[in-house]
Design a protein around this ligand. Structure first.
Ligand code: ACO
Length: 428
């Protein structure tokens, strides 16, 4: 019996529910027996007050702007770690020793190529297909190629498919890009880092050597770290829900990619950059701020606001700094960045945004960096999917290993017609 109890007065009776305490964060009222005891459901569309699972991976304190992976602050990981090390941390719970990191890097590197038959899949897509459409299809199709690792009850199978997914995602994303511009696919070069290899597969051509620019490699790696995991967000919850039925991991990741694609989630950086370009010059910012505040106008400031962060998004801070680093390394400037900085300042000083606690999120600046590196906007969400695969895989593994895991099956508040008799068409 938990020490704390929550009381519910309902239907003339009082019910006690245990209160669970996490390592940190809000208490959680355990209502698993609510329906059995009271005959009532809870109503929480969007899960604003519902913990869907136990997790030891990532912690967010939205009021304080804190994001921790296995306890480590995202700012420290972005500054000192690498994407591969962060992936190891998320998957295994601890930072690796030097030899463990080398082994992990080697393992991931060995899985970067795609089955040759899978390469042919791409030619079935239109050249103008959105990379996320290709990613959904190709990642889902992995399940048809790697039968030897889809027994989800076997930890070794789970490990191999996790490594395959993390390793192949850059190849899949880069190939989606190459296909769209009509250039030949670049095979992975295992002498490069995870991120350097991805840059080469994306921007290199077989006809000449490709030189990875260290500052760009570092910035890209940092963007991957910033997107690696984010607690029970929509796409991660989708992966967990799909996985809760026992579906294979490749199919679950395809479901996660589909969810991530939406403009309120992973599509937001593409939408944010498009918005900044549409605004164009700083003198037009006030007009767009007014539109965002107008309840009769569907326009929202893209890259602003977050379901969880109500103070600041710690990832946005790192992102803003990274824009400057990339611009310096590439010796470029972009008027869109100036517009973004001024829009941020004006919105943060506006009562509407202050009252509603709306701050720039990770997507506000990421599009500007990716665009400077050379990615078209359609690739932005694909890069997010690449990085978030680490979180999806780690969360999926955590769920499958949890003995309390059951199939996810929400209930509903039914508002349709009650039982009525069928009327034949000639009598309606
Ligand atoms: N511009 C203008 N007003 C906004 C914005 C915005 N970007 N975001 C929220 N609001 C307003 C809403 O209209 C609402 O006003 P109301 O209380 O008067 O009705 C209030 O702030 C609360 O907004 P909700 O949509 O209820 O907040 P929620 O937590 O559900 O939504 C979300 C969060 C979806 C991210 C939202 O802020 C949004 O649409 N932002 C723009 C899209 C975006 O940047 N998404 C990226 C999220 S980060 C990620 O996925 C990695």
């Amino acid at each position: 019996m938990a020490d704390k109890q929550a009381k519910l007065d309902f239907g003339g009776n009082t019910f006690d529910f245990p209160v669970l305490e996490g390592a940190t964060g809000p208490d959680v009222i355990d209502i698993r027996k609510l329906y059995g005891q009271t005959g009532a459901f809870t109503f929480d569309p969007g899960y604003k007050s519902t913990a869907s699972c136990e997790s030891a991976l990532t912690y967010i304190d939205g009021n304080e702007g804190v994001l921790l992976h296995r306890g480590y602050p995202i700012g420290q990981l972005a500054e000192h770690s690498s994407f591969m090390e962060t992936a190891y941390l998320l998957l295994n719970g601890e930072l690796p020793q030097a030899d463990e990191l080398t082994d992990f890097n080697d393992t991931i590197t060995r899985h970067t190529m795609l089955h040759d038959q899978l390469n042919k899949f791409y030619y079935g897509f239109r050249r103008d297909a959105h990379p996320m459409a290709i990613m959904c299809g190709v990642v889902g199709a992995l399940s048809a190629f790697y039968h030897d690792s889809t027994d989800i009850s076997d930890p070794e199978h789970r490990k191999i498919s996790s490594h395959r997914l993390i390793a192949k995602m850059p190849t899949i994303a880069a190939m989606a890009y190459k296909y769209s511009i009509g250039q030949p696919f670049m095979q992975p070069d295992n002498s490069l880092s995870y991120t350097g290899n991805f840059l080469r597969m994306t921007f290199g051509v077989p006809a000449e050597p490709y030189e990875v620019i260290p500052a760009v490699e570092r910035a890209m790696d940092r963007i991957f770290i910033l997107h690696a995991d984010h607690e029970q967000n929509a796409s991660t919850s989708t992966v967990r829900l799909a996985g809760s039925s026992g579906a294979n991991p490749f199919a679950c990741m395809a479901a996660g990619i589909a969810c991530l694609w939406g403009p309120a989630h992973g599509g937001a950086n593409e939408a944010a950059l498009n918005m900044l370009k549409e605004i164009g010059t700083p003198d037009r910012i006030p007009h767009y701020i007014e539109r965002a505040k107008d309840k009769n106008d569907p326009f929202r400031l893209m890259g602003f606001g977050h379901r969880v962060y109500k103070n600041h998004d710690p990832r946005a801070t790192v992102m803003q700094k990274t824009v400057r680093e990339v611009f310096e390394a590439l010796n470029v400037t972009d008027p869109v960045f100036e517009t973004a900085l001024q829009l941020e300042e004006m919105a943060l000083n506006d009562d509407y945004f202050k009252e509603k606690k709306l701050f720039p999120n990770v997507d506000f600046y990421s599009g500007i960096i990716l665009s400077a590196i050379g990615f078209p906007t359609t690739m932005f969400t694909a890069l997010f999917a690449l990085a978030r695969t680490v979180g999806w895989v780690a969360q999926w593994n955590e769920m499958i290993s949890d003995p309390a895991q059951v199939i996810g099956r929400p209930r509903q508040l039914y508002t349709g017609p009650t039982s009525r008799d069928y009327v034949p068409v000639n009598k309606r």
